[in-house]
Write a protein that binds this ligand. Structure first.
Ligand SMILES: [Zn+2]
Length: 140
């Protein structure tokens, strides 16, 4: 075996190594691109304004952007059926007083997650949080 052949064999091995490197690099890039895409979606999700929507007797009564609320905002909802007092913070919404007999809405406490809701059946009041949840972004 001459030195030249040996050198050629070595360079062939190197090419194979580089091929493998490129092969794996492409796979890793694909994986990172996928992860990066998700990370961008999640980051965008954070910037999506979450809103609290108050529905009275099946009609939208009020809508508040939670990102606009500084400390807290108290909203009183009066109708011929009764009243509910809702406390809004940048984190979510909570019914703090209600005229209903069951007080289910008051006992439920604060809701903070998108698609969660407080329902006061006697007063026909529904409070929901709008916005994309993490489940929405991860699920394809
Ligand atoms: Zn109630």
């Amino acid at each position: 075996m001459s030195k030249n052949i040996a050198a050629e064999v070595t360079s062939l091995k190197n090419i194979t190594k580089i091929d493998k490197f490129i092969f794996f690099a492409v796979i890793f890039l694909a994986i990172f691109w996928q992860l990066g895409g998700n990370a961008i979606l999640l980051a965008a999700d954070d910037s999506v304004a979450r809103a609290v929507v108050i529905t009275l007797k099946g009609k939208e009564y009020a809508r508040y952007n939670l990102n606009d609320i500084k400390n807290e905002k108290i909203v009183a909802i009066n109708s011929d059926i009764g009243y509910n007092v809702v406390k809004l913070t940048k984190n979510g919404a909570q019914v703090i007083h209600a005229s209903c007999a069951d007080q289910v809405d008051v006992h439920q406490g604060e809701i903070t997650k998108p698609h969660s809701a407080i329902v006061c059946l006697p007063n026909q009041l529904v409070i929901t949080i709008e916005g994309k949840s993490e489940a929405d972004t991860i699920a394809y």
